[in-house]
Design a protein around this ligand. Structure first.
Ligand code: UT7
Length: 306
């Protein structure tokens, strides 16, 4: 049994902070942020459960389903509304669902971990027939708005996909990794702000993602040139370019949204997925690569024959 995507939805808060807005708050400028990160604006003021609910409702509508058709919610987030309950339970109630619900926290690698988890559960005995898989993060509340090393990068958002058991949509291979020794270079304490050694994270990310993508392609017995669509984590355009160049996948096959969203952590890959679907890139049979990385450090890659 395999699993296909049958509906997509997104949610971005109304309030937009442009690079010029940031330049009024700290010593930075539009030219530097675009050149060093590829970001022009980000959405702020989001609440994880609200964005996840909106994205989930839109995905259900896109799939032409009612809430009763969903058997499980998996919410990928590192910014839950509360320590407990899981924010997925709040989303479940908001959407009027009665199914099981749990959160996955692998930060910016979360959606790829979540996708593989949902796929595995759907293929387990008595597993769910349809899963609402959501990536949602509200990073603006944990931003130090005096730190130009982080405040320029992150934003809020959510995106959701409805997965359904079907003969189309085979997960060919996945690769999970983590190195908890790197916790000091990117973390956020309870009631604190995101703290990051940007240059270190950059170097480690390029190395880890390149290695992980090489692993997953080898496991799937696929050459880099065969990949049709890459859905990379949207942290910095230079990381996406560096990995694409090292792996040997043309940059044009990478779907990006970060110019208008910044880094939305768990939402970044599904936002790219929703854009790819909108652009008609996710035709049945296409080879799609997801590759995420972030705090942990944790990383995850997956190749799907759509
Ligand atoms: O989800 C995963 C999490 N995070 C990431 O993937 C982030 C990874 N890191 C990055 O994306 C990059 O390291 C940053 C965008 C954060 C920084 O870019 P960089 O090219 O690594 O810059 P840098 O920290 O090496 O700084 C270069 C210069 C410095 O000036 P000097 O020392 O050369 O005079 C900085 O002081 O740029 C300066 N600078 C800035 N200037 C204007 C640093 N931040 C800014 C800024 N605006 N916001």
């Amino acid at each position: 049994m395999t699993v296909r995507a049958i509906g997509y939805g997104t949610s971005l808060p109304e309030k937009i902070l442009t690079n010029d807005d940031l330049a009024e708050m700290m010593d930075t400028n539009d030219e530097w942020i675009r050149a060093r990160a590829g970001i022009g604006a980000r959405h702020v003021g989001g609440v994880t459960s609200e964005m996840a609910t909106e994205a989930g409702a839109a995905a259900l509508k896109d799939a032409d389903l009612s809430p009763a058709d969903i058997d499980l919610i998996v919410l990928c987030t590192s910014t839950p509304d509360q320590r407990l309950p899981a924010t997925s339970a709040v989303v479940q109630a908001n959407l009027g669902l009665t199914c099981g619900a749990f959160d996955v926290n692998a930060v910016c690698a979360g959606f790829t971990y979540g996708y593989v988890t949902a796929y595995g559960l759907m293929n387990a005995p008595t597993g769910p027939d349809r899963v609402l898989l959501i990536g949602a993060d509200a990073l603006s509340p944990i931003m130090d708005w005096t730190d130009r090393g982080t405040a320029i990068l992150f934003g809020d958002g959510a995106a959701a996909v409805v997965l359904e058991k079907h003969e189309q949509g085979e997960l060919l291979a996945f690769d999970f990794g983590a190195d908890g020794n790197l916790q000091p270079i990117l973390y956020c304490d309870h009631d604190g702000f995101i703290t990051m050694e940007g240059r270190e994270v950059f170097k480690k990310a390029v190395r880890a993602v390149t290695q992980s993508v090489e692993n997953v392609l080898r496991k799937a017995e696929i050459e880099p040139g065969e990949i049709d669509v890459v859905l990379p984590h949207q942290a910095n355009i230079r990381i996406i370019e560096a990995v694409a160049q090292r792996i040997g996948i043309p940059m044009e096959r990478n779907v990006t949204v970060l110019e208008t969203t910044g880094n939305t952590s768990g939402a970044s890959i599904p936002l790219a997925m929703a854009k790819a679907a909108d652009d008609g890139l996710l035709e049945p049979g296409k080879l799609v690569l997801m590759a995420g990385f972030g705090a942990g450090m944790a990383w995850a890659s997956a190749v799907v024959r759509w």
